[in-house]
Design a protein around this ligand. Sequence first.
Ligand code: GRF
Length: 192
Amino acid sequence: KNIVILISGGGSNMAAIVRAAAREDWRRRLGAEVRAVISNRADAGGLAFAREQGLATEVVDHRPFAAREDFDAALAGAIDRHAPALVVLAGFMRILTPGFVARYAGRLLNIHPSLLPAFPGLHTHERAIAEGCRFAGATVHHVTAELDHGPIVDQAVVPILPGDTAQVLAARVLTQEHRLYPRAIAQVLANL
Ligand code: GRF
């Protein structure tokens, strides 16, 4: 069961997944392994880590494509070369077309830094603090055509503490994302 991970930035969730896959020996336990990391940005920090790990990496730059459909077709081409059982979005900052989502139905996961269905979209931590929420967190969910919706696989909860800035809260949530995402992926893989 090949896993392909899509990133746009630092890739700390991707790195956590790659490390968990090695540490917990997903190949033996789940018949699964991370095969490739694909980014829409050539300067994504996570690409260097992936290369160091000996993983195949690829960049599919979204900018030359006028239409989202055309970018998504190129992206799907790059993904499908690795014959993935599961496609994992890890800080991948592009909105995907319904056609792309349908192609990977049931085997496309995302992590979102809020307790969905609260706070879909951007600036989740600022919004949670502004609303006076006492808890924040992250959600791993199946991707559907509607942004940051889709069946929830698992969540992690952290407290919001007095005086928290969005940055402090984001760091607290991200630490938990690194535990949550590998666990959620293992759960989905076991049922694929
Ligand atoms: C994470 O907070 C993720 O939930 C959000 O973007 C951030 C990505 O961080 N969608 P990284 O690239 O995995 O370090």
